[in-house]
Ligand binder design. Structure first.
Ligand code: HEM
Length: 72
């Protein structure tokens, strides 16, 4: 949370995710919630093989991920 998309230096991201990061997209609550409902819709071509969460699960996961803030 709070980190730029595709910021881990030791991971080889897909071009789609890398491009989103290069554009300056940051993982805030809104971006994460939108991504987790439908990862391919938010970022077409990313290589996360996961269909997404039900909306009812998103708030819980986003709250959990806030405990891993890049700003701490
Ligand atoms: C609730 C479950 C999940 C959450 C919250 C989640 C979250 C995320 C986030 C935030 C990123 C971006 C990382 C970054 O910008 O550094 C990411 C990338 C990724 N995730 Fe997930 N993920 C989940 C499930 C999964 C599953 C089940 C898989 C594999 C089966 C997976 C595989 C990947 C891969 C391969 C990437 C890199 C994608 C790319 O480079 O295009 N994730 N995930």
């Amino acid at each position: 949370m709070g980190r730029r998309v595709a910021a881990a230096s030791d991971y080889s991201y897909s071009p789609a995710m890398q491009a989103a990061g290069d554009k300056g997209l940051v993982w805030d609550e809104a971006a994460l919630a939108e991504f987790l409902v439908n990862p391919q819709a938010k970022m077409p071509g990313n290589k996360m093989r996961f269909w997404g969460l039900w909306k009812s699960q998103v708030d819980d996961v986003v709250a959990f991920m806030k405990t891993f803030s890049a700003n701490q």
